[in-house]
Ligand binder design. Structure first.
Ligand code: PGA
Length: 257
């Protein structure tokens, strides 16, 4: 019932021209894919051009970050209404690189989640433990703190109703990404069993009546040759992929595993 989502997080890669080349090459490779949602999250500057290039295709478009305020004196930032205006459908929130290098906290993640939902942008909320935390057996505690902090009152409010002027009528619009920090860009993937254990734990943190609707992606060195075994696990609903999403053949391989 949850349609798998394969999302490319391009990070700080690709000029507008390179992004267009990628899309023109990948479109024919994946044109027959209907059983998965495919998503590309390029740098902000390429979103507008890719919106045109992806029009009428089966590939969705997203951003990698945004500010939680609509507008204001926040030099260098981009807001949800701005993303909406250029056609971003999804936004990645709270990626570990944002947490690590840009001091993002669970409180900021929570504000961004509300802002995204307010503007009808589909959020992908990231969580994940460091190697040190895993070795100290703190993985579940860290994940629980990040999920409870990121979702805040949304986890306890009347979920099908209104909360703080916000209506979530459809929890299938919410995506969570579990990305162990030690697996990102390192070539070390969590084993399907390790990932499944955390995914099931995350689903258990969600309110019972909506938990089965929420997609939970795995991220961290996902590649065409390991995606199949990860996707075989019952609570893994897709991938958030960095490095292996940067080449058209590889992106297509991830989708058509
Ligand atoms: P990776 O990155 O696939 O290059 O490990 C994943 C991510 O950070 O989203």
């Amino acid at each position: 019932m949850r349609k798998p989502l394969m999302a490319g997080n391009w990070k700080m890669h690709m000029t507008e021209t390179e992004a267009l080349d990628f899309v023109n090459q990948v479109k024919p490779l994946v044109k027959d894919v209907t059983d998965k949602t495919m998503l590309i999250c390029p740098p902000f500057l390429a979103i507008s051009k890719l919106k045109e290039a992806l029009a009428g295709s089966n590939i969705a478009l997203g951003a990698q970050n945004m500010h939680f305020e609509d507008k204001g004196a926040f030099t260098g930032e981009v807001s949800a209404p701005m993303l909406k205006a250029v056609g971003a459908e999804y936004v990645i929130i709270g990626h570990s690189e944002r947490r690590q290098y840009f001091c993002e906290t669970d409180e900021i993640v929570n504000k961004k989640l509300f802002a995204a939902l307010n503007y009808g942008i589909l959020p992908i909320i990231c969580c994940g433990e460091t190697l040190e935390q895993r070795e100290k057996n703190e993985t579940m505690k860290v994940i629980e703190t990040q999920i409870k902090g990121g979702f805040g009152d949304l986890l306890t409010a009347d979920l099908k109703g209104t909360f703080s002027d916000l209506v979530i009528s459809d929890w299938s619009q919410i995506t969570i990404a579990y990305e162990p920090v030690w697996a990102i860009g390192t070539g070390k993937t969590a084993s399907p069993e390790q990932a499944q254990e955390v995914h099931a734990f995350i689903r258990g943190l969600l309110p019972k009546d909506v938990a089965q609707e929420v997609r939970i992606l795995y991220g961290g060195s996902v590649k065409p040759d390991n995606v199949k075994e990860l996707m075989a696990k019952p609570d893994i609903d897709g991938g958030l992929v960095g490095g292996a999403s940067l080449k058209p053949e590889s992106f297509a391989g991830l989708v058509k595993y």
